[in-house]
Design a protein around this ligand. Sequence first.
Ligand SMILES: Cc1ncc(COP(=O)(O)O)c(C=O)c1O
Length: 482
Amino acid sequence: MRLCEALKEYETLSLYRGHMPGHKGNPEYSFPETLVKYDITETDDMDNLHDAKGVIMESQQYASSLYGSDECFFLINGSTAGILSAVSAATVQGDEILIARNCHKSVYNAVVLNRLKCRYVYPKIISGVNICTGIDVCDLEKELNYNKGIRAVVITSPTYEGLSSDIAAITETVHKHDAILIVDAAHGAHFGFHNGFPASAVMSRPDIVIHSVHKTLPAPTQTALLHVNGSRVDRGKLKRFLSTYQSSSPSYLLMAGIDNCMTVMDEHGDRLFSEYLTNIEWFENRTSKLKNMTHMCRMLYKTEYSITDPDPCKIVISTVNSGISGKELYDILREEHKIQPEMAAADYCLIIMTIMDRKEDFERLINALECIDEKLEKLKKQSAEKTEKALKDGRYCCSLKNSKLMEAYEVLDDIGRLKPCQLTEAVGKISGSYVLFYPPGIPVIVPGEVISEETAAEVLFMMNKGLNVQGIGSSGEVMIYE
Ligand SMILES: Cc1ncc(COP(=O)(O)O)c(C=O)c1O
C-alpha cells in the first residue's frame, strides 16, 4: 500500500490522535479540513521517511520505477536538501569538486559546508539576451584533464530557462575520470513522460539526479525527489545526510503531495502532456508574430543557436531591441494584465506554464503580450530617438567570470577580516559574501573572488533596473575580505 491510500485508511480508523501535530486533525482554528485530516506523524501505520520500510518505501519505489532510477528518496525540504545531501555524500572534506559556474546557491552552500576546493566549468551564454545554455562536454573534459583529482561534478540541467546539457555524454566523461556526477535537474521533474518533451536526465544514469517536483509538476512547494543510480555513491552515507538536512518530523502532507503527483503522472501524464503540446504549438504560432519582443521558442533555439530540446514549459520572452527591459515587461504583465511572471531578468521575462494550465491561460498570456507589443510598436514609431537611447542603456554582458583567490569557506570562516564596503569602492578587492540575483539564485560574486569592474557594473545595472539583488546592504555596501 502507498502513502496516499494509507492516509485515507488511517482517517477511516477514527483513532484518537494522542500524538503530534498539535492541531489533532481538528479543522477549527487550523487549516482547511482536507489538509488537516492527512497531516499526521510517524505512527505505526505511517512509516518513517528516515528509515522507510512501509508505505513511504513503497511510494518511493513507485516514483523510482516511473523515472527509471535505481532508488528514489522523497525530499520535503526541496531540491536544496537533496543537493546538500548529494554533495556531502559524494565527497570528503578537502576534496576537489567541479561545478558549473551557473549552479544554484544551494550547491555553493554544499561546497562551503563540506570545505571543498571548488573548480568551475562555465556554461556558454547567449549574448544579447544573456541566457546561460548547457555545459559543453569538451569544456568539462578539459577541466577534468586539468584538475586530475576531481571527486565530484555538479551541473544544472535543465537551467532555470529550460536549457539542457548532453547528460549522456557528460555522464560518460565524468565516469571515465572516475568521478561522481550529480545533476541538479530541479527544473526537469516533468521531463521523460512524453516524447514531445526532453528525455529525463535519469535515463543517462548519472549517479544522482535531483528533481523539484513542486517547480513544474502538480505538487506542493518544497517537494522534491533524489534519484540514485549505480554504486559510486555510498547509500548509507547518503541516507545519513538526507536525515541530517531534513526535518525529523517530515510533513505527511508534502510526502502525500509527491505520492499523489506520481499517480497523476502515471495515470494521466500522457494525456496532460499531449494537451500541453497542442496548446504550446498554438501559442508559439501566435508569439512568432510579435514584432518587438521575441519568444525564445523551440524553433528559434534550434535555428539560431543549434540548441535542441529546450523545455516548452519555460516561456522566455526576450525584450532585446524592444525598448523595454525584462523587468519592465514583468511589471506591465503584473500591473496592467494581472499576470504574475516567474522571474524578470534585464533582457527577458520568464513565465512558467505547466500541464495544469488550460487553453484559456495561454490565451490570456498571448493576448497580454500582443497588447504590449502593439503599444511598443506605436511608441517606437513616435519616438525612435528615445527607443534608441533605451536600447543603448539596456545593454550589459553577463560572464560569471571573476578571478578566484581563495576558497569560499576560507573567507567565510575568517569573520574578523570581513568588513562592509561600498560596491563602487570594492572593485579589485576580495568579496566576503555572495551577491546574487534572486531568482534565479546563481551567485554573480562568490566569497573569495576578486570583484571586477565589469561584475560591479553588472550588479549596479541590475539594481538600477529594479531587479532583486541579494548580498548588497541597504546603503549599497558589500562585504569584503581584508
Ligand atoms: C537550479 C536550481 N537548483 C536548485 C534549486 C533549489 O530548489 P528548491 O527550491 O526545491 O529547494 C533551485 C531553486 O530555484 C534552482 O533553480
